[in-house]
Write a protein that binds this ligand. Structure first.
Ligand SMILES: O=C(O)C(=O)C[C@]1(C(=O)O)C=C[C@@H](O)C=C1
Length: 284
């Protein structure tokens, strides 16, 4: 007799936001072949805590957007957390203006959305100076609030799925400033130990001494190894004014291992930390 298949329990994925948010779309796209339960978090800090405490197995966290730039506070959260990056997800972000059924754009006075979403659509609203843009926790929650308020002067900017879920009309679709609007999300799991992880992409953080040329020396070593840097970001180190932490993402080229690359830069960096070794995500 063949034994019954072992069913794996659904994966609990923490996301910033609620049903219909872009984080949910990214989670569903990434874990397509797994049964997923999304665990909503109000803030990115809450999302990190949920994984650290074991309330969820993994989290998705937006880290950069092609129009709005880096989510600087998320770099800090990642640095202070015990989590590591195990994958990345790229998602095309299409923003839509929505309101209660039958409402016309010129009736709107306040439009709610996530701050990063609002940064992506600011130009569209230049033509509507009577509309005040109001930041809220999440795009989907903004849509839900419009529905619950029953207020015809309120609108939301969100995914078309949110309009469907909360029965709103889309007044204008694809209102992002540029169509090449993509967000990169990190998949995070508990534990800093990356020893069992493998992949072609590496994310590191480090600081350097406050001496001339110290960052360029690090970059020169990576260049000598023919390592292709995909991103470098600096953030201020809190409590050490005018000193910076650097976050570097790079692709391994098959000739140099992570261990070799780390050995090359360890002597010329401080507080070097591997944030993750993972397979590079598919860009849309
Ligand atoms: O509010 C949402 O729907 C989110 O998932 C948040 C978020 C973000 O944090 O950048 C996700 C992707 C888009 O760039 C806009 C907003």
């Amino acid at each position: 007799m063949t034994p019954p298949p072992v069913l794996s329990p659904p994966l609990r994925v923490s996301i910033q936001g609620y049903a219909g948010a872009f984080h949910e779309a990214a989670a569903r796209a990434h874990f397509q072949d797994r049964e997923v339960i999304t665990v909503p978090g109000h803030t990115f800090a809450e999302v990190i805590e949920q994984v650290e405490s074991g309330e969820s197995d993994t989290a998705l966290m937006a880290i950069e957007n092609t129009l709005a730039g880096s989510l600087m506070t998320n770099y800090d959260l990642l640095q202070r957390s015990d989590l590591r990056i195990t994958a990345e997800v790229y998602l095309r972000i299409r923003q839509n203006l929505m309101a209660l059924p039958g409402v016309a754009i010129d009736e709107l006075r306040e439009v709610y959305s996530h701050p990063i979403a609002l940064m992506q659509v600011r130009e569209f609203f230049h033509a509507w100076p009577k509309i005040k843009l109001v930041e809220s926790a999440d795009t989907a929650l903004s849509a839900l609030h419009v529905r619950q308020s029953e207020d015809r002067s309120r609108g939301a900017v969100a995914h078309s799925l949110a309009a469907e879920l909360y029965e709103l009309d889309i007044l204008a679709e694809g209102i992002e400033t540029n169509r090449l609007n993509h967000t990169r999300f990190l998949v995070l799991r508990k534990g800093r130990d990356t020893d069992q992880d493998s992949g072609d992409k590496v994310s590191l953080s480090f600081s350097v001494s406050h001496a001339a040329g110290s960052l360029s020396r690090v970059l020169m070593v990576l260049d000598a190894y023919k390592i292709n840097l995909t991103k470098i970001q600096s953030t201020p180190i809190i409590g050490r004014p005018w000193q910076y932490r650097f976050y570097v993402d790079f692709m391994l080229n098959g000739t140099v291992s992570v261990t070799e690359a780390l050995a090359g830069i360890r002597p010329i960096t401080q507080e070097l930390r591997v944030l993750g070794i993972y397979t590079a995500g598919q860009k849309p």
